[in-house]
Design a protein around this ligand. Structure first.
Ligand SMILES: [Zn+2]
Length: 316
């Protein structure tokens, strides 16, 4: 049994042919042109699905279902993409448009939810119940799989973990409120904290790592500087880890997942600079000191979104 999963990202559209256990058999991708209309993009998705079907040598009847993961709010019941950040989809009847070209069941999911589902089926959270996935990127994405099904609340935005408020009256968030977790725990926040710390530390190694230009600081920059023994970077990371830990502790105390999978570029940092100190902080802050929740690094990278999208049909 084969499924097609399509991950709609800000820079690339990726389609994968996936088997029922979550293994990717074929994968194709193309850059995304965000100036296209939503209709034209739907057509692109259909062409990409066709391309990966042909790459796998399958007939259309062999494809059990198609799933699409999108960076935004989707309504799978109605088959509509409600809104997306930085993409032209808005109240787009994606299922109807896609089914004008393909006679196959099609499922829609949020990209962070798809990533959770992918890690649950084939990655670091395989078979863990419940699984929570937290992606530290431009913002903070979240997803949860319970008994093999995605938990998305009563109206599809139930795991917007990035908008947990952790600092009342704090930094203004894109959602319009103040003090949300993603303003403190995302890669964007880490970069901001690093730049601020550099300004007060002219001798920091951080300056050399970004060629003297704070604009060039990336999420990995403070990790690299800390590894080279830079005290400013180590201080920034200590503060950053505390911010990340607060959100993780809240999630654990409310949901008690079997595993929390950390994804996003930041999660590639060395264990001793990220996961190990985070585990210590989380253990100290969690209500249940037996710590039945494991904190692990996501293992599928960008493939998680493709696998999860493909297997949405089993999870919604
Ligand atoms: Zn927010």
């Amino acid at each position: 049994m084969e499924y097609i999963g399509i991950d709609v990202g800000g820079t690339n559209l990726v389609a994968g042919l996936v088997d029922e256990r979550g293994a990717i058999l074929q994968k194709v991708s193309r850059p995304v042109d965000r100036s296209m209309s939503d209709r034209a993009l739907c057509r692109e998705l259909s062409l990409l699905a066709e391309e990966v079907r042909l790459a796998g040598g399958l007939s259309r009847q062999d494809v059990q279902a198609v799933g699409v993961g999108l960076p935004g709010l989707v309504n799978n019941k109605q088959g509509v993409v409600v809104t997306t950040a930085n993409m032209p989809f808005r109240d787009t009847p994606l299922r109807e448009l896609f089914q004008q070209e393909w006679d196959v069941p099609i499922y829609l999911g949020n990209d962070a939810n798809c990533a959770a589902l992918g890690e649950y089926w084939a990655g670091a959270a395989r078979g863990c119940n419940p699984t929570v996935m937290v992606t530290l990127g431009t913002g903070i994405g979240g997803g949860m799989v319970v008994n093999g099904k995605l938990f998305t609340g009563c109206a599809n935005s139930g795991m917007e973990v990035g908008h947990m408020v952790i600092h009342p009256g704090g930094h203004l968030c894109g959602c319009g409120y103040r003090g949300c977790w993603e303003q403190y725990g995302s890669a964007t926040a880490l970069i901001r904290m690093t730049r601020q710390a550099m300004e007060k530390a002219p001798d920091s190694r951080l300056w050399a790592l970004c060629d003297g230009d704070p604009e060039k600081v990336q999420g990995r920059t403070p990790f690299q500087a800390a590894k080279e023994g830079d005290a400013t970077a180590s201080q920034v990371l200590e503060e950053y880890r505390q911010e990340v830990a607060i959100g993780l502790i809240n999630l654990i105390n409310v949901l008690q997942p079997k595993v929390i999978c950390l994804g996003g570029g930041i999660s590639h940092a060395e264990d001793e600079l990220l996961l190990e100190p985070l585990r210590e902080l989380v253990e100290r802050g969690s209500f249940d000191k037996r710590m039945p929740t494991r904190l692990v690094r996501a293992s599928l990278g960008n493939d998680a979104g493709v696998v999860g999208a493909a297997l949405l049909c089993k999870a919604v």
